[in-house]
Write a new protein. Sequence first.
Length: 163
Amino acid sequence: MKQIESIKNKIYTLENLEQQLKVWAKESKKIVFTNGCFDIIHQGHIDYLAKAKDLGDILIIGLNTDKSVSEIKGKNRPIQDQVSRAIILASMQFVDSIVYFSDPTPYKLIKAIQPDILVKGADYKAEEIIGYDIVKQKGGEIKTLEFLEGYSTSAIEKKILSS
């Protein structure tokens, strides 16, 4: 049970995360932020998150709540509840923190975190990424990462539904 508790300790409320951010700031840690639904974890997610972590010292994931996943992906989603998704993500050695958000975008979360590096998939242009203005204003970087070809939650969902 100690392992599960250490995993759960990576899952923060915004208030608790703000305290931890102060600690990381004192340690001069470079904060990387990304966000998503991460409904069915697959190799593409692992590749993307590992690459994101390589860009800095601390990887924070903004995780869509169940309600926001349903609003984005449709009434049959999420397939896994937010606690399950958070625990799976937090169990990855290169993930330092998970924080839920239920707003339509992670803008408020990015504003509160003030990451040094904001990361999204290469299907976005840097200027279109939510939080671009916040990170650029503080002198941070916006990075886009190529997806691992052939891996997506939508493709997995299609495969399951066609069985």
